[in-house]
Structures are given as C-alpha cells and as structure tokens.
Design a protein around this ligand. Structure first.
Ligand code: SF4
Length: 357
C-alpha cells in the first residue's frame, strides 16, 4: 500500500483545525489550496454541471494539492440531513479518477465510530492518541468560531477601519502555527486580549443583520465574498447561528429538530433536507428579536434552500423585515454581489432609523 499523503475538503477558517487533526496524528498532509477564482473554475470544469457548488469548490481545492503529491482524500459523507452531500465522496472519486488522478478517497459516515475506525485504520494511532488529537482540534475549532463572532461585534464599532480584520487574520495565523496543545491556553488568552484591545465606540447602536442559509456557504468567507466583513465595515453588526458547532450539537441532541419543526409548522410541515428547516426557524427568531435585515445565502441549485426560499419571502412580506437572497455559483461575480449588498445596506439603515425614530 502506498504511503498516504493526505488532503481534505477546505472549509473557511475551519481548515486550520482540520489540518491540526491530521498533522497531530502523524500523517503527511498537503492542505487543500485556498479558494480563489482559478480553483473554483478548475473544480467546475471537471464536476457534473448541475451538481452543488460546494462540491465543485472542494474539487477545485484538491487539484493543486494532488499535483503537489497528495494521494489520499478525506471526505466525510452523510453529515446528517438528506441532501446531495451524501454523494459527494462517490462522485468526487469518479470525477478525479476520470481526470487521471490516482487517488484513494476515504469516504465515511460522520458518526464518531466511523471516524474513529477510519483514522485508526490509516494512522495506527492508539485510542488515547486519537482522543487527545480530536480534543486539540476541537479546541482550535471553538476558538476560531469565538473570534469570528467577536469580529462580527467589533467590526461595526471599530474606530480605525480594518483593525478587526487585521486582528482576526493575525489570530488565525497564530492558531495555525500552534503545534502543541499545552500551549493552547496561553495562545487563547493572547488572542482574546488582542481583540479586547481593539479601540471601539462602545455605546454605538448598530443595525443588526442575520445570515442564514446553507452551512458551507454561510461559514466560508471565500465563497460568500466575505459578506460579514463587508457588512461590518458598513457599520452593521452581523449575527450567524449556523456553524459547525451548531451542526454537531444537532447531531448529538436530535430533538432540536422537533423544536424547530414545532415553530415552523405554520409554514412547512416536513423536512426538505439540508438545513432548510433551520433557515425558516432562524428567520422567525430574528424577526421576533427585532433584527433590521436577513441575508439568505445559498449555492445555486441547492434543493433544500431553493425549496424554502418562497417561505422566507413570505415571512419577509408578513413582517416587513428587509430580506436579500444571494444565490452563489462559479458564474457569480463579486462586483454584482457588492452592488446588491450596497443597496441592501441602505434599506437596512433606513429600516433601523425608522424604527428608532
Ligand atoms: S445543502 Fe445544498 S448545496 Fe449543500 S450539499 Fe445539500 S443540496 Fe448541496
């Protein structure tokens, strides 16, 4: 058997924690290439045309890593819900082999037992070693989510524009450079301190906009054209509940779906796959909380999100909350997104001012 050289699906800032997981297990890793217009175009070129945008993007991220010597791809399938994500592994393997890449695709179900078995099979690591590594990687992941949320709060209040984004990038770099778990508490303190040191207008009242939609698109700034940062710099505080921790919690506590379904019953009586129901639930919640706007992000052709979009529009018409739905794929240009965001920001600010006056 050839020596595995690992690459894996890139996903926003979480990529740092995924890389830690494989490296700490002693595997040779070639991280997936950062998402950019070239990788997206390369992925879209070999992927089935009508398949989901995230699958095309991750394919494009693998390609440079494969050229640099990676021969094994880790791909989690069936991460809960019922949508095309469960076929990613099979299709990516076929597409890459058809394109002439001699790869092994480790495609496994997202259950703790399956993940453990696969990691054990490839690394030979002991149970405790795997447990310790998973814990380290999860601690990084939680810190990444925490500083992303802090950035959402600091951006619209910062006195010097760009300070928050710079602090965020420097912090992510420090997390990426961390090699030992024992240094984690010190690093965490340092990172949080750097955020607390950002000069801000503490009492500034900012309009609030929530991001809802498909999890991969909502959490990856390279896919959504860094919409959080753009809104923040316009003085808007962004909220986003959908992240990996939210999803993991739902896998551990499945009754959350029952709570969601109860709330959305007047609008939808069944599941539509993916996080379709969650988006309706979140929108109703944000309307109740008096938010000033909702942005719905979805990959073009994402069945769950396309199905529930008319429901979100209905809630928008009933409540009067400003609403923007952005469908993204390889054809979408950043300039077009910027124009729509600019117009939406004006609507949100007017809505906010009207409310407080
Ligand atoms: S949620 Fe949508 S985009 Fe994501 S895998 Fe499922 S169908 Fe595709």
């Amino acid at each position: 058997m050839k020596k595995p050289i690992i690459t894996f699906a890139r996903w926003g800032n979480y990529t740092i924690a995924f890389k830690t997981l494989f490296e700490q297990l002693g595997l040779e890793v070639i991280p997936p290439e950062k998402t950019n217009s070239e990788t997206v175009a390369a992925g879209a070129k070999i992927a089935p045309e009508m398949f989901c945008f995230p699958m095309k993007v991750t394919l494009g991220n693998y390609l440079p890593a494969l050229e640099r010597g990676a021969n094994t791809i880790f791909m989690i399938q069936n991460v809960g819900g019922s949508c095309r994500q469960r076929y990613y592994g099979v299709i990516q393997e076929k597409v890459l082999k058809d394109a002439g890449h001699d790869i092994t695709l480790l495609d496994f179900r997202a259950t703790p037992r399956d993940i453990y078995r696969k990691i054990k099979e490839i690394t030979g690591a002991s149970f405790w070693q795997i447990l310790k590594t998973v814990r380290f990687s999860l601690r990084e992941l939680r810190l990444i989510e925490k500083i992303e949320k802090m950035a959402q709060f600091y951006r619209p209040r910062e006195i010097k524009k760009g300070t928050t984004d710079r602090t965020l990038q420097e912090s992510l770099l420090k997390i990426e450079e961390l090699k030992e778990e024992k240094a984690f508490p010190k690093l965490k303190k340092e990172v949080l301190k750097s955020f607390f040191g950002i000069p801000i207008e503490k009492n500034k009242k900012t309009p609030k906009v929530a991001l809802i939609g498909e999890i991969y698109t909502v959490c990856d700034p390279a896919i959504n054209f860094d919409v959080e940062s753009k809104l923040g710099k316009e003085g808007i505080e962004v909220y986003r509940e959908m992240d990996l921790t939210y999803h993991i919690k739902k896998l551990i506590f499945p009754w959350k779906d029952w709570i969601i379904q109860r709330k959305i019953n007047p609008y939808l009586g069944s599941t539509v796959g993916g996080h379709g129901r969650d988006a309706i639930y979140e929108m109703l919640h944000y309307v109740e909380k008096g938010f000033d706007g909702i942005i719905h992000l979805l990959p073009f052709g994402c069945m769950p999100e396309v199905t529930i979009r008319p429901i979100l529009e209905k809630i928008h018409l009933e409540s009067g909350i400003p609403f923007l739905s952005l469908s993204l794929d390889e054809q979408v240009a950043e300039a077009g997104i910027n124009t729509r965001l600019e117009a939406f920001v004006d609507v949100v600010k007017n809505h906010h001012e009207y409310k407080i006056s």
